[in-house]
Design a protein around this ligand. Sequence first.
Ligand code: FE2
Ligand code: FE2
Length: 314
Amino acid sequence: MLDAIINDVQTKPPTYSFQETLVAAEQVNWRIEDIIGDDKSLDFGKPFLPESLARVKELTFLNPDDKRILNQIRAHAYLCIFGLVEEFILPFVLDHVRPLLNTDDYRVRAFLQFASEEAKHIQLVKRFSEEFQKGFGSECAVIGPPTQIAEAVLAHQPLAVALAILHIEWMTQRHYIESVKGNRMMDAQFKSLLKNHWLEEAQHAKLDTVMVEALADGMSRKAIERAVDEYLEIVGFLDAGLKQQTLFDLEAFERATGRKLSDGERESFIFVQHQANRWTYLGTGMTHPKFAETLGKLGLEFRTRVEEIAPAYC
Ligand SMILES: [Fe+2]
Ligand SMILES: [Fe+2]
C-alpha cells in the first residue's frame, strides 16, 4: 500500500496543488483564543444550529422554548461528534504522511498543517463544550468514548477510512455554505465557531481528495469495490451511533425541560430526530457533488451505488 502511495506522488499529478493548499491554510490559520473566551459567550436565548440540520419544527407538539432547547442539545452533540470524528482523522492523516516525509516538501507540510488544524479543532470543541455545559445547566450525554469509536473506524482499510473522512470534510463545507452563512436566527458565537471551522476544513477537503486518489492508485476494481463496501460499513456504524445519540438527546430534552413526552410523542421525536441526525452527518456528505465526483473517478458504479443508498440518510 505504501509503495502505491509513493509511486503516485512521483507519477500522477494530484487534483489539487499542495503548495496552493498550504498557502491558503497559512492565510486562514486562526487561534482558539480569538474565537472563544473573554466577552465571547453563547446566548442561550437563541438557537445554535440551523433548522435544516436541527429539524425541530417538525415536532409540532413542542412549544417555541422546547424547540430552542432541543436545538441547543443538538448543537452540543454536533460539537462533540465533530470532536469525535476528528479524533480518528488526526491519527489517520499522521499515518498517511509518515511514509511520505522524503517526497514533495509542500505535500508533507500541507498534511502536517492539516493534522495540526484537526488537533486544534479537537481542543476548540472541548472549550465550546465546557462553555455550553456551564450555561445550559443540565447534562447532555454524547456517544463515545472517542477513542473506542476511532478504534472501530480505523480497523477498516485505509481507502475506506479516507472516503469516510472525505465525506466528513465536504459535509462540513455544505453545512456552512447552505445553512449557516447568512443565517440571522442563530447565536453569533456558535456561528463564528462554524465559520472558522469551515474556513480551515476547505483545505482539508482538497487534501482528502488527493489522499483518496493516492490510495486508490494501482488498486484493482475489485479491491476498490471492497473499500467502498467498508466505507458503507463505516456509514452503518456511525448511523447506529446516531440512533443512540437521538435517545440521549431525548433524555437530555426531558431533563432540561422537565417535560415527560407521551409514548406517541417519544416515537415521533425519535423518528424525526434520528432522520435529522442522519441528514446532518451522513446524507449531506454522501450526496455532496464533490464527494460523488471523486467516487465517480474511482468508478461510475461506486458513485451510483452510494447515490442509490443515500436517500435513506436524507
Ligand atoms: Fe476539523
Ligand atoms: Fe478536517
